[in-house]
Design a protein around this ligand. Sequence first.
Ligand code: IPD
Ligand code: CA
Length: 293
Amino acid sequence: MTSSPGSSAEHRAELLALAGTAAELARSVGGVIRSLREAGVDVADTKTSANDVVTAADREAERLLTEGLRIARPDDGILGEEGASVEGSTGITWVVDPIDGTVNYLYGLPAYAVSVAATVLDDSPATAGAGNTADGRRAVAGAVYLPVTDELFTAWEGGGAELNGVPLAGPAEAPLGGALVGTGFGYTVERRTEQAEVVRQVIPRVRDIRRIGSAATDLCLLAAGRLDAYYERGLQPWDYAAGVLIAREAGAVVLGRDDASLPGDELLIAGTPVLARELQAAVAEAYAGLGGS
Ligand code: IPD
Ligand code: CA
């Protein structure tokens, strides 16, 4: 990558090209997984718990994404949910989730997505709030494609976010008590028991909760103003890399548990600047009540 974000026309052209690659791959692989779904789907393996499943389509989609990236960007690194791991030499690492929302995919529910993000290393505390996340990276271009609704969300750093080519304005300001809040649950019993307790404390304080089943989709729905806010604990970089960029470029802010922590595995909270802060306080209070988690 050349120079710093937004510093030159060349840099912007590079980001636009990365977003184009992300969009093209997400859309083409999304088409493949949709066709595979129509042909039937079975569990191929399990991961963190018996309910954390992998299908043959997850693996095939990651293989196609890796192959496409190796052709389009042979010197970049790759990190994928199903194990793809390629060292690069350009400073760009593609963080990909071949199917985010695998359980929805398994059950024939529509909220599943292919998520593709070009990221750069950025673990500087000086850029907290500027898109860097707890995994030490920052997405600079990305795409999330929902094959069932044929919705392609794209963004590049400094270039805004779009849905099928139309600019997104992000969520409207809403008070916490009137906010529709997305969240999700991990796959282990310990994690989801704790999350159930937190949601028990948060739900009386908001309009309602949505558990859509795909974190990448949640962040894009927020960018499109179909959710007011979102929070989740236990996300992995492939779940949020592209979605965080899309939400931020649509005007949302993405926070961690507090000002000292970057958004990521511990907690990721997104919304308008005011609502995200209110939700951060409500969620942090609920977690604090659990006693040190
Ligand atoms: C999951 C989804 C879900 C979230 C989980 C993720 P997967 O990803 O994004 O919404 O609550 O934390 O693991 O397993 O469908 O790729
Ligand atoms: Ca995922």
